[in-house]
Design a protein around this ligand. Sequence first.
Ligand code: ADP
Ligand code: MG
Length: 440
Amino acid sequence: MDKQWSKVLEIIKDQVNSANFRTWFAQTNCTDVSGASLTISVPSTFIKDQLQTKLYPVLESAIQTVFGKKLNLSFKVDPSMIDKNHDDKFEFQFISTPSKPKLYGLNSRYTLENFVVGFSNNLAYAAAQAVIKNPGLSYNPLFIYGGTGVGKTHLMHGIGNTLASATLDLKIIYCSSEKFTNDFIESIQGRKTNEFRAKYRLCDLLLIDDIQFIAGRDSTQEEFFHTFNELQSKNSQIILTSDRPPNNIPKLESRLASRFQGGLMVDIQLPDFDTRVAILKAKCSDRGEEVSEDILTLIAENMPTNARELEGKLIQIIQNIKLKGLPFTKEVVVNFLDAPRTNSRKLDYKKVLSQINQYFNIRISDITGPRRKKGLVFPRHMAMHLLYYECKLPYGRIGEILGGRDHTTIMHGVEKINTGLNNDREIQKIMIELKQILQV
Ligand code: ADP
Ligand code: MG
């Protein structure tokens, strides 16, 4: 059987380039042939995935040639198969222990297990899962963008950590675009561009964080363009994060922008209320802290902001309470929040209306009046929402204030904004700005 398998490999060697052969085929073996089935042992799931999908036709036809018939192929992952003599002059590294990811710049604290999935990030999370299932083949590149502190870096490390622990010989590089830039510049100064290229162009998974900072740097962009092409042509997975979509990155070369858009672009938005509570819970359990649900709810309600700020506030509260020996109660916690909930109860509805009018540049009569013009309906709904949640007025009373509207109309308006807050970044932004103005 070994002889026949060597023949299969000989055939394949002629059909794929040597890097591909070394990575995907050199360490395979045929461990069983019975009837119409043939079992191939491979050292990692990553290789198994590749052979089962993209490289299946190559394998199938070579096997047919050697065995004289079409066989059903199955794959068995056998990690002990790693070939100690495997040619590693191309710097392929072997991950043999779970602590290895550190070598690649991955932070083991950021995993997919402790990444909370909610409405604001479920698309990005689904894309991450697809990439893990089929690195290099599902979405390449995966481009994750969104404002600061929403979890881009966390998700990226999560993908890296998952792939690193699921596979044995994956070469992963995680770095910021600044690190890439500095490495490149240093390599030029030290006349070591070959080493630089060997490092970045021969990895299986390249994770570059905050790629927007590469913009405007001509030689680095040029180099990255070639790195990108080389990796993509080998189906090595590329994942990039940015604070905005490629088209909106000023001074980004257009050929790079178009490359970045060639795979899948997903955004992560600010977390909605439920996700904020879940993130706070996750952070407590990460740190082994026990904080009651109603306190986490209180914090989440008062902080319609990103995960980083939520986490920062949580830590600040926990530390302060411990330091000062205070009881962990709502009454105490409220004092640490920038916008204490208790104040909002006293919020005067007239103040809310006048601020809304000022913000949207409309008149009181526009908001209380009957006109249904689009430009008026949204501010009116915002007013309903704020009067309900911040002034704590009942629907009926809000209806009276807003020109004699029915309470169901108010309910509907409040609901509309709630939906918007869950899935519309623009509405989230406006709400945050309005709340800042109102200091609630
Ligand atoms: P970004 O890269 O988008 O600026 P980070 O990934 O650095 O944001 O996230 C900031 C902090 O918030 C990190 O500590 C991260 O663990 C946490 N975080 C962000 N999103 C989530 C999430 N969905 N689940 C758990 N923690 C999160
Ligand atoms: Mg980041």
